[in-house]
Write a protein that binds this ligand. Sequence first.
Ligand SMILES: Cc1cc2nc3c(=O)[nH]c(=O)nc-3n(C[C@H](O)[C@H](O)[C@H](O)COP(=O)(O)OP(=O)(O)OC[C@H]3O[C@@H](n4cnc5c(N)ncnc54)[C@H](O)[C@@H]3O)c2cc1C
Length: 401
Amino acid sequence: MEHFVILGGGQAAATAARTLRDEGFGGSVTIVSEENRLPYERPPLSKAVLQGEADVAKVTLIPEEALVDLNLDLLRGHRAVALDRGGRKVILSSGRELSYDRLLIATGSRPRLIDGPLSGKSNVFYLRTFDDAERLRAAMAPGKTLLSVGAGWIGLEVAATARKLGLQAAVVEMAGRLCARCLPAEVGSALERIHRDHGTKIHLDTRITEVAGRDAVEAVTLSSGEVLPVDIVVIGIGAVPNVELARDAGLEIGNGVVVDPFLRTSDPHIFAAGDVAAMRDETGRSIRMESWANAQDQAAAAARNMMGENSAYSVNTWFWSDQYDLNLQMIGDCASDGGEVFLRQGEGGAFTRLCVAGGKLVGAICFDAPRDMAIVRRLLARGYSPAGDELQTAPDLRKLL
Ligand SMILES: Cc1cc2nc3c(=O)[nH]c(=O)nc-3n(C[C@H](O)[C@H](O)[C@H](O)COP(=O)(O)OP(=O)(O)OC[C@H]3O[C@@H](n4cnc5c(N)ncnc54)[C@H](O)[C@@H]3O)c2cc1C
């Protein structure tokens, strides 16, 4: 009987395991997860879980009963420490060895750690795991002051949740705008306004120059000279893919474990998906995404290809973030400031920004306009080419379908 092994216990691992069974894989499947929990999804950690509105059962992807129904072997609290590619074996921290016919690396990513005086302080938090969220939540008492270091998605979502819970919130960012890597300037500005309107203090083009406090941070001095007293510091300065295992085994590594459009690594028996995978497309461009949908879609495609389907993965990448009552969604290629852009204004500051390249719709950002996203998805799937400026002027986007 064939044996497929999946390394990692997150979104990609859970989706791959389910897909294998949905697609009729009859061999054995083992999931190796270093976390001591059932596979769970992470997006609620900075939102509903931190707000106390979702417990672990709500975020669990494969409950105990489903493990049994799907005949999946989950090794919890086991870390994969080495790959023996010649012998097609995974070596676990316990010394146990697992043989595989096909292997999926779905080891995700981990928070980038901060150097300097903030590191190691008792009130400095990172947010990646359910345990991290529980620890942070316990510290977030109303009236306290929370500082997010980094104005990326995690820093901003945590600041928004803090305000909802009655804390004071501030964000310090070295760049001149929010989510500078993913959002065009005008969308970053709109997001900044929302934060300011909710009383979050945003410090752009700013560094922390001094940290006061011995075991815990009591205050930080900013490059502007301002001193901020703080109770809680959350670091959100990006993530690093967990590639070490693959790299030590001699697999090709770029900005992640390099895979082809079939999600195959440089070893044909080994696949990778999710945050850890850097997919090289036909043009040689290598793209690594950190998003729920990417983990989900790539893992499903990888699982089918592990079973021999051989179909190339190409999906318009989709991402969302919830901050306060704002829902922001992005699809396809829409992050750059350039290209041809059409803007549709909605009510109360909502808008949809549509990007066209080579005469075709290539992506969109829906800022508090989730209904538009459903239409954009259908337009993208059809390979829609706009006539003139109809994307901006059509009274109803649905009419373009
Ligand atoms: C707080 C937070 C909020 C987010 N919000 C959003 C959002 O709103 N929208 C969105 O699109 N995306 C969001 N994301 C991103 C999204 O959750 C990730 O892109 C997704 O979880 C990636 O799934 P993955 O399976 O690739 O990796 P992960 O979920 O990181 O899972 C990898 C697992 O592998 C384990 N592992 C690593 N190395 C080993 C090893 N050697 N042996 C065994 N196990 C190992 C890890 O411990 C981990 O459990 C958020 C992420 C976080 C942390």
